[in-house]
Design a protein around this ligand. Structure first.
Ligand code: UDP
Length: 424
């Protein structure tokens, strides 16, 4: 049995709205994960309510994605964007409004699946208040992240404490890769349950178009040497490594070389500052003619960009999973990625792409060149990459593993309910 038909569950993602446009400041993998997991769980028969924080009066309070899956936006603080590092103080109001919504709509949840440490705190309080079970996905671990950045925010102490506590108290943690699980054990606690269930991708949409058709659609030369980056503008994403690697590449100076750096930019926010910094480096290195910044790429157009490229580069300093790598591979495009975190789990070196030490632009240049100079090998890597993702990382596969996990956790409660019914 995979689920109790029609059973209601809550996915909680305070700062990662599953119904919002992806690719802008603070909207990335977590939003995609919650949205796709929610929709796929609904297809398996669960009633899925995804809770997030409302950031403007113009946003709908409820977005219905499918008959059994919706996003519910709760007020917590003013209706405005608040960076995640400043959100903690608004969580009690989020919980109050969660309970109010439950009461007004006569809802009850035996299981909540929380996402990121802020939501884990909400889940731990809800466990006390409504007696639900809790599953948690970290998406990012403070103890790992703070090793890779210089500006440690004031909230760090609280985050580190909550991240240890949730591992020890949740019914189970979902780690998205063996590397993430190892980090939890080394850096957080040896206590608590951890199940490994990866992130997924839409294997129907990514992989639906061939390279030359994609190039024609984007008005790119059939013979271009195209290097792609997709993601948020965040220093931790290592876009500088990519830019400097291209400057070192054998193909620098070749008129067919093209670089596309896709991702959103919000004026005045840190996303914009990183974008300005990267654009300044591109200018300084004399690369403005062939490096393009198309801004945020919608999920509808992304399959075309991935398919059109010779290689997709994921140069992150740290990456708990890295959806972009599996999206590119699902599209038949090999990946050159940093040899860190989840990327070590998803990218198979010499088979679906190559790994290079983070921030080592010379190593990235060598890896990019190996793929650009051998189109036959590029195609072979791309083919294997596509199959690898289809067999291991589909959303439906991920959701059915989660569904089984929820059912196991809820089993004792279900049995008790059945006994109570029988004894009536
Ligand atoms: N993304 C997008 N448009 C963009 C940039 C990114 O749709 O312009 C999506 C991308 O396809 C992926 C997600 O944002 O699904 C980024 O997830 P990832 O795990 O790679 O990084 P994160 O943002 O979680 O650090």
């Amino acid at each position: 049995m995979n689920s109790k038909a029609g059973q209601r569950i809550a996915l909680i993602s305070v700062h990662g709205d599953p119904a919002i446009e992806i690719g802008k400041e603070e909207a990335g993998g977590q939003n995609v994960y919650v949205r796709h997991v929610g929709e796929a769980l609904a297809r398996l028969g669960w009633q899925v309510d995804m809770y997030t924080r409302r950031i403007s009066a113009a946003q709908d309070a409820i977005v219905q994605h499918s008959p059994n899956c919706r996003t519910i936006r709760l007020q917590a603080g003013n209706l405005e964007f608040v960076p995640r590092d400043n959100l903690f103080e608004y969580l009690p109001e989020f919980i109050k409004n969660f309970q109010l919504f439950q009461k007004q709509h006569n809802l009850s949840y035996e299981l909540v699946h929380t996402n990121y440490w802020l939501s884990s705190w909400v889940g731990m309080r809800l466990k006390e208040l409504i007696g639900c079970k809790q599953v948690h996905t970290y998406h990012s671990i403070g103890a790992v992240k703070y090793n890779t950045i210089n500006d440690i925010p004031p909230i760090a102490t609280k985050r580190l404490e909550v991240e240890r506590q949730i591992l020890e108290t949740a019914e189970t943690i979902v780690a998205t890769s063996p590397q993430e699980k190892a980090h939890m054990r080394q850096l957080l606690s040896t206590k608590g349950n951890i199940n490994i269930i990866p992130c997924g991708t839409d294997i129907h949409s990514f992989g639906s178009i061939e390279r030359q058709a994609a190039r024609a659609e984007l008005e790119l030369d059939a013979e271009a040497k195209l290097v792609l980056y997709v993601g948020r503008f965040d220093q931790r994403k290592g876009i500088e490594t990519l830019v400097r690697a291209v400057r070192e590449s054998k193909f620098f100076g070749n008129e067919q070389l093209r670089v596309i750096i896709g991702g959103g930019s919000v004026p005045g926010q840190s996303d914009g500052i990183e974008r300005d910094r990267i654009e300044a480096i591109v200018k300084e290195l004399g690369m403005t003619d062939f490096v393009k910044f198309p801004g945020r790429l919608s999920q509808d157009i992304l399959p075309t960009y991935y398919a059109a490229s010779d290689v997709c580069v994921v140069p992150s300093h740290y990456e708990p999973f890295g959806l972009v790598a599996i999206e590119a591979m699902a599209s038949g495009t090999p990946v050159v990625a940093s040899d860190v975190g989840g990327l070590q789990f998803t990218v198979v070196p010499e088979e679906t792409g190559l790994l290079a030490p983070p921030q080592n632009f010379a190593a990235f240049a060598t890896a990019i060149d190996r793929i650009l100079e051998d189109t036959e090998w590029r195609d072979k890597l791309g083919k294997t990459a596509k199959k690898h993702v289809q067999s291991n990382f589909s959303w439906d596969g991920v959701a059915s593993q989660l569904s089984e996990l929820y059912s196991e956790i809820l089993q004792p409660a279900l049995i008790l309910e059945e006994i109570a019914l029988l004894s009536k």
